[in-house]
Ligand binder design. Structure first.
Ligand code: ADP
Ligand code: ZN
Length: 613
């Protein structure tokens, strides 16, 4: 039997948020906090962390105080909650003094379900004083990993949040993060005084994201092909390593008719902000960015994240790709990767002037990333086991599962490549070495007299492209290293000896020749987004999106705050014709039903009329 608490929580889930069932451990977490106890919640991006403190704040007497480091995110959540009929406000530096006073008065009159506060503001004596006079339902500490001094998002203000426990010992606290590793988790528990809190760890799997790594050929063309054939007019993020490449790629895409905008730290701040805003508010914008972009981007309908360069670690890759598909609908993590990426990253690492210990760590992380690119087995399984989970062997939703890759015994070829490096005295780069293997009599080869070495012309069984694949994989596995001389000359490593001596064999991944598109998108959940069979559905979908866009403009909020794509898609599929049927659709709570129900029913009913002709 369900407890009374669960019933109340479920009612709120339905009435306010319009969802019918809890996801994962949401219900247990909510019960824990509602009953006045602390919780530490580790859940992946898009997992549904917000409801875990929003619902208890509504149920418990008093106001839920939410600490959140990002002002943009705060505003987003507050606009969304208001449309859902929740009484909510935020306190941050963007408000006028008069606004602040009004909100403080509301707080004292206990009119707010939730109040979002920036951490530095919370710890000011004025705020603490105010809170002492307030009835507090709970403290939620969002992005709790910001407390970790070793993490990438460290915020000194977060350290002070231990005050909360000292000054308000009876108020339950819930800390939430999408950062999974154990060190960070322990640091959160320690710094925030949460060692007694119940720990809730969800799987970090993002089943709706499809992972794909392609061999880099003509990266831009590949990107264009990917966007225009799989995600026309949809929102996406394209990551590049350098600012220059961001600018070049964005303007090139624009010239090809894709609505692409650049974003990087070297840009004028106002322009950068405008691009971010456009990405959030308008439909179908592609943002081309360095990794400076992303933190605090909570847009749920990002349909893909494309990497034009290799990230430095699996952690970074997972975090960046995690920005796709927060709404649970199918999304792509797409990357192109090639020999040059390996060479460049290897060089960057050897040149790095970091402390030896840090260098070694960076090195290991890069190894893991390269391993992920070259793997023949399931990519999701490899990611999840990297994060300490024990996943299924194959997921059915990554390139390697969908189009199994073959491997081939390349022991002989590896020996040829390695001995070619050795015979030319470890002084040449990959292009030169391939020319020697193929027996090309170039002027440089003549000049160095390498037409006479024993490896000249011994590799004609492979093409140049295939040799590049061999060199890339040898390098990815640490069997070859790149010199720091700046010319990219290749050298043997300790590990390559057993292969040269014939004591070990090597298997390579057979790179897939063409840029084959994985044709049939496996149906996922209720919404396959393939309209080709029913053009009238496409027309309805477009009409619903247009109405949503009008409403979003009217209210000055991003379209997804009115309704998510998933909600519109369900309208297309189930064709509601009245308020009751509309209310059964996921994502439509009582408040939104009242505000927008008629607007959307009008679209749905007109579509019916059109079809009857
Ligand atoms: P996180 O903060 O963990 O990244 P959010 O709280 O933003 O995730 O939730 C991600 C998305 O999932 C949101 O669009 C949210 O409305 C939706 N969501 C959360 N819980 C549920 C649920 N029980 N049923 C359906 N959708 C949900
Ligand atoms: Zn897989």
């Amino acid at each position: 039997m369900q407890s009374a608490k669960s019933v109340v929580a479920l009612d709120i889930l339905k009435d306010v948020f319009g969802y019918s069932v809890f996801r994962g451990e949401q219900e247990q977490i909510i019960n824990q906090v509602v009953s006045g106890q602390d919780a530490l919640v580790l859940m992946p991006t898009g997992g549904g962390k917000s409801l875990c403190y929003q619902i208890p704040s509504i149920i418990r007497p008093g106001t839920g105080i939410v600490v959140s480091p990002l002002i943009a995110l705060m505003q987003d959540q507050v606009s969304a909650l208001r449309l859902q009929g929740v009484s909510v406000a935020f306190l941050n530096s963007t408000l006028s003094f008069q606004n602040v006073q009004e909100i403080e008065a509301q707080l004292l009159r206990d009119e707010l379900d939730l109040l979002y506060i920036a951490p530095e503001r919370l710890c000011q004596p004025r705020t603490l004083n105010l809170l002492q006079q307030t009835d507090i339902a709970l403290f939620a500490i969002d992005e709790a990993h910001c407390v970790s001094q070793w993490g990438h998002d460290f915020r000194p203000e977060y350290i002070q949040l231990s005050i909360l426990h000292e000054q308000f010992p009876d108020v339950p606290r819930i800390a939430l993060t999408a950062t999974a590793d154990e060190t960070t988790r322990n640091e959160i528990a320690y710094r925030l005084n949460l060692s007694e809190a119940q720990l809730f760890i969800s799987s970090f799997d993002r089943p709706n994201i499809r992972y794909r790594v392609k061999q880099k050929k003509n990266a831009r063309q590949q990107l264009l092909q990917f966007i225009s054939s799989e995600h026309p007019q949809e929102a996406g993020i394209v990551y590049c390593l350098s600012r220059k490449k961001v600018d070049d790629t964005a303007s090139w895409l624009l010239a090809q008719g894709i609505k692409a905008l650049p974003y990087h730290a070297g840009m004028d701040a106002v322009l950068r902000q405008r691009h971010q805003q456009q990405f959030l508010m308008e439909d179908g914008i592609v943002i081309v960015a360095t990794i400076a972009f992303g933190m605090g981007i909570d847009k749920p309908d990002v349909r893909y994240v494309a990497h034009m360069d290799l990230p430095k670690s699996i952690e970074a890759y997972y975090q960046e790709t995690g920005r796709a598909g927060r709404d649970g609908l199918p999304a792509d993590a797409w990357m192109v990767y090639g020999l040059q990426d390996v060479i460049m990253l290897r060089q960057m690492l050897s040149k790095s002037e970091a402390e030896e210990k840090i260098k070694q760590l960076e090195h290991r992380k890069l190894e893991a990333m390269l391993g992920f690119c070259e793997i023949i087995a399931c990519r999701r399984a490899s990611l999840l086991s990297y994060f300490g989970e024990q996943p299924e062997k194959s997921c059915g939703n990554c390139d390697n599962c969908l189009e199994p890759v073959e491997s081939w015994d390349g022991t002989i070829e590896a020996q040829k490549a390695l001995s070619c490096i050795f015979r030319t005295e470890q002084r040449f780069g990959v292009n030169y070495l391939i020319d020697v293997l193929l027996g090309k009599l170039t002027s440089r080869i003549e000049q160095f007299g390498h037409a006479r070495v024993s490896t000249f012309g011994i590799g004609t069984e492979l093409s140049e492209v295939q040799w590049r694949s061999v060199f890339r994989q040898l390098m990815a596995r640490g069997l070859i290293e790149v010199d720091v001389d700046g010319f990219g000359s290749l050298k043997l490593t300790e590990d390559s000896r057993p292969i040269l001596r014939g004591e070990a064999s090597v298997f390579f991944r057979k790179d897939i020749g063409q840029d084959k598109k994985i044709s049939k998108r496996k149906k996922m959940g209720k919404w396959a987004r393939d309209f080709s069979a029913q053009p009238e559905d496409k027309a309805l979908w477009d009409a619903l999106r247009a109405r949503r866009k009008d409403l979003a403009l009217q209210h000055g909020v991003p379209a997804y705050i009115i309704f998510h794509d998933a909600t519109l898609m369900e309208m297309v599929v189930s064709h509601p014709t009245n308020h009751k049927e509309l209310s059964e659709i996921s994502g439509i709570g009582a408040s939104k039903l009242e505000k927008y129900g008629d607007e959307f029913l009008a679209v749905l009913n007109t579509a019916d009329l059109d079809l009857s002709f």
